[in-house]
Design a protein around this ligand. Sequence first.
Ligand code: FAD
Length: 292
Amino acid sequence: RASRKIAGQRPDLQLSFEFFPPKTDAMEERFWDSIHKLAPLQPRFVSVTYGAGGSTRERTLRMVSSVKRDTGVDAAAHLTCVGATRDEVDAVVRGYAEAGINRIVALRGDPPEGVGQPFTPHPEGYQNAADLVAGIRRIGDFDISVAAYPEKHPQSADWQTDIDNLKRKLDAGASRAITQMFFSNADYLRYVERARAAGIDAPIVPGIQPIHSFKQISNFASRCGASIPDWLAERFAGLDEDPETHALVASAVAAEQVVELLDEGVTEFHIYTMNRSNLALALARILGRRPD
Ligand code: FAD
């Protein structure tokens, strides 16, 4: 079994960790504590999200440049085009380049009314993520990642529309897709099959969401169209007041998910850290990666 290989026997393993820009001093302390614990795992990159509609524009840039400068780990900045003109977005891209950031996770973003509400592009803005990728490419030589949805984006009318949209983003110049969180590996594997059948050969990296808080994650999942299987809800039922058992169950669930994917031949993983290091560290170990 692939999951029983030991460190060093899996040179093709690639990890990336996603963070969000902290809002307060206390959150910033946790951000750095986690970065310093995860950086020695030699991730391919650490990414920092871009708050809804660009609300964290300065903070994203500041955090992503400090991560690269302070740890030497490659950093990727997320970027959305919702609610902004092309010129505004292009200025952010140039700012990333000036700060030495050459990896971008390019996204459409969601309207301010909320995730799942109809999207209308800014009249002078990029139309969607594919258009944004093409715009970034015109500015410079960036490594671009885009989003993929193993359960279909809620606004894709059908699978064909969804996969065509992914293909447009990759054809426009992205080099990999990172998936939305999912809890049924069968959904991910079927999605990869659909993409391959449509001629997509770029990596489709599973986005793994360790469940730090079942309540929080299930709320977020329902807003972004990721389903919570009954068996998963059952495992966390009644654990709101029992953080210790909750944490043990969360690490077992995430471990089971990555081990199954490893055994299916998956070698690249993107971990949504929520700026915490404990479950991400455990998962990295289970995947055979220890701090260097
Ligand atoms: P697209 O690929 O452009 O499109 C998604 C869907 O919308 C498709 O079904 C497409 O057909 C449809 N669509 C596209 N354009 C139009 C249009 N003009 N009119 C109508 N329908 C259209 N959000 C943030 O705000 N900040 C982040 O940092 C962030 N990081 C993310 C990282 C990952 C790995 C993932 C998976 C998501 C992230 N998101 C982030 C969320 C993302 O912005 C939303 O999921 C958004 O709804 C879709 O973005 P997209 O890039 O997938 O859009």
